[in-house]
Design a protein around this ligand. Sequence first.
Ligand SMILES: [Zn+2]
Length: 342
Amino acid sequence: MKQDIAFLQRKASITSSGAILLGSHFVCDGFDWDREVAIVTHIHADHITHFERCLGVYDFIFCSPETKELLITLKGNWLRLRRNLIVLPYKKPYTFKDERITLYPAKHILGSSQVLVEDRDGIRIAYTGDFNLPSTKPISTDILVLDATFGDPAQIARCSRDDIIDRLICLVKKELDTSSVCILAHRGKLQEVMGILSEMGISVPFLCAPDIYKVSMVYQNYGTNVGNVLSLEDNAAQEIIQKGERHIIFHLFGRRLQLLPKEIHYTKIRISRWGTKEPYYTIADDYYIVALSDHADFNGTLEYVRECKPKLVITDNYRAGSADSLATEIRNQLHVEAKPMP
Ligand SMILES: [Zn+2]
């Protein structure tokens, strides 16, 4: 058994710069000189840090069709001309030399992929990327490289996603009676909330900065109903602000609040991820936190491992999370060999 694990350990790793190495040829969400093919699992910043470097070096950079559109939206139209940025649809294997790669969908943000490499020894090597459960289908595998965002046993969702969505909708409706509302969240999450609110019949205009608007249009083109969205560059949006008409503005979390239209008072609702606090709380009269995660919690992460039945798990210790405790819990609770990397 020990010999088996040593054999498997040579087939996957995470480098000190966060590159996920699978098999002999592939690198996910990072850069490595010894690799020939790159994969971008999704467009969150901690997964595309070395994207430009990959573009300059590799002949093949694979991603889902949605991720390619989002990359073009973020980086610019020049990217359309790059022949080495290649769409690989889900579940369509591609053989490179003696190994085969396949992308599978992950529930996270639009276009998110899991990656499976099958090597010449018949070993299956999978990388989850970021994912939520239960909506992500685990890949049965021998080696699993696992996102560890909520790898601490204390990080357990205290109420269901449906409950949190209900409370979010109630809160937005109540606040709209007296004030315009500002939703603060990361890329992707903003568009998800647009979809949730418009599906629930909230019909006030949605306003946002031009870059957020462009990302929203990609979501719309791929089937999300993002509602009545207007770019702040649009005259109609400026008119709504000047007349003081009720609206919801969608603002990137981390971007300065001073960039919001100065003449409007907004009730702020920050969409955060699960943490140790309550799923729903207020930090000021007009500032609320709602914890709507796009990552599996600790139990969901463990459930993923249980279902894919790996012989070896590598927990991602480069990106934010709890890779050490997750590896310990996998060893103790599931009796599967697990270690954090790097
Ligand atoms: Zn992510």
